[in-house]
Structure formats: structure tokens, C-alpha cells
Design a protein. Structure first.
Length: 248
């Protein structure tokens, strides 16, 4: 009877530990005055300086009435040209399945070159999500390099606010939302390039691939970054945009 009870207790503990390890988690970085997330077990974001050693600073910016229907001030992080932020993905947090949101503004489309990097999951090569400057310096189109352009042409412009959401399921289908609405789809099942992966296992925003030396980047502002190890619904994505536009 004693052995049976111990075995039961051990099995229960393993089950609880397994459920805890696979629990749904969301790391929210508000970027108001620091790089810590709302959950204490989340790693802090890392500032990445540009080639001149300059990173950025916390600032206040105005969201114009044309974006959300009302004028409001928000806190966030200004990043210098070709500087950025890095998230070191903890073991067991996100891999094939994730939801990622970040609300940003690009101050200017610096060209040449003809790209502004938004984020990447590896710096082993030039793979990344960019804004292709299709009508420089005024307009750009989303490009998943090296796979091509996606979404609406000439959609992005400097000084506008955009909330980009990436939702990737276990089959490799990635849906991209912009400002609460579905923008494009991409099948990453074969390339597997839009997931954090070894040996680096990190995500980088706004900083260009260092070895290129071409500076495919521009200065800008980011108010928040959110990462989750599960799939958000369309309603949850739209609510995030509503939350950004509210006074809360």
C-alpha cells in the first residue's frame, strides 16, 4: 500500500510538472521605462547598439487622431538608425507555435538601400521581415525575404503607427495582422525560417544583419512587444489593437 501511494504521488508530481512546463504563457513588455516583462520569469529585452555604439532611449510620443480617432500620448522606446532589441528565447518557451505582437513607428525611410528590417529569427544570413521601399521615401511594402512581398502594396509609410501581429501554427502557416486586421499569410512549413532556432535561439527587432554592412534599417519607435507560446484568436488580435487605441 505504501509503495502504491508513493508511486501515485510521484506520477501526480510528474503530471503537474509537465502541465506547468507546457502552460500557456504571455510575456508583455510595455517599454515605458525598462526592458522587463510583466511576468517575473521572462528574460529582459536586450538593447542592441548600432555600429556607432548608440542604442536609444525611452520617450513619449503622440498618436495622431488619424490613427485611433483621438489624440493621445504614449510611452515607448526610441531606437536609433540600425539599433534594435533582442529577445533571448528561454528553453521550452516558443518554437513552431507562437503569437507575437509589436506596435511601432518608423521615423523615416532611409534609402539607399531599399529595405528597412522589422525583425528576424536568425542572424546567420539575411533572412528577415522587412519593409521594401517601393516608392521611396514615402511608401513601402511588407517583404518576407527571401520569399517575396506579401499583403497590400505601398501600405507602409513613415511616421504612421502600426501594430503587427504574427501568428504561426504547428503546421507552419503564419498569419500576419496589421492594426487588428488580417494582412497576409505565409507558409513556413518547408523553410522553417520564422521560428527561434539553435544555436542562437533569439528574435531581433529593427537591427540589420550585422555582416552585411548595408544598413537596411531606419530609426523609429516601439511602444510594446508581446510574445505568447500559444495561438491568439482573431478576436484577441483585434482586442490588442483596441487596447492600444484606448485611454487605458
Amino acid at each position: 500500500m505504501k509503495i502504491t501511494f508513493v508511486s501515485y504521488l510521484l506520477g501526480f508530481c510528474i503530471l503537474v510538472f509537465s502541465a506547468s512546463a507546457n502552460a500557456q504563457k504571455t510575456y508583455t513588455y510595455s517599454l515605458s521605462n525598462g526592458f522587463q516583462a510583466s511576468l517575473t520569469d521572462a528574460p529582459a529585452l536586450i538593447q542592441i547598439p548600432n555600429d556607432d555604439g548608440i542604442s536609444g532611449e525611452f520617450v513619449m510620443r503622440e498618436v495622431p487622431k488619424t490613427i485611433c480617432g483621438q489624440t493621445r500620448n504614449i510611452e515607448g522606446y526610441f531606437f536609433e538608425d540600425n539599433a534594435g532589441l533582442q529577445f533571448n528565447n528561454p528553453e521550452g518557451f516558443i518554437s513552431e507555435t507562437y503569437s507575437i505582437a509589436f506596435t511601432f513607428q518608423i521615423d523615416e525611410f532611409i534609402s539607399p538601400p531599399s529595405w528597412v528590417r522589422i525583425l528576424s529569427f536568425t542572424h546567420k544570413d539575411d533572412v528577415g521581415i522587412h519593409i521594401l521601399l517601393t516608392k521611396s521615401p514615402d511608401y513601402g511594402t511588407l517583404e518576407l525575404w527571401p520569399s517575396g512581398t506579401v499583403g497590400k502594396s505601398n501600405f507602409f509609410s513613415p511616421n504612421e503607427f502600426y501594430q503587427m501581429v504574427l501568428i504561426r501554427d504547428a503546421a507552419g502557416l503564419m498569419k500576419i495582422y496589421v492594426n487588428g486586421r488580417e494582412f497576409a499569410e505565409y507558409d513556413d512549413s518547408e523553410t522553417q525560417i520564422y521560428i527561434p532556432q539553435d544555436p542562437d535561439n533569439y528574435i531581433i527587432w529593427f537591427r540589420d544583419f550585422p555582416k552585411l554592412g548595408s544598413g537596411e534599417a531606419s530609426p523609429g519607435f516601439v511602444s510594446n512587444i508581446v510574445l505568447a507560446n500559444f495561438l491568439w484568436t482573431k478576436e484577441e488580435v483585434f482586442q490588442k489593437w483596441e487596447d492600444f487605441c484606448s485611454d487605458q
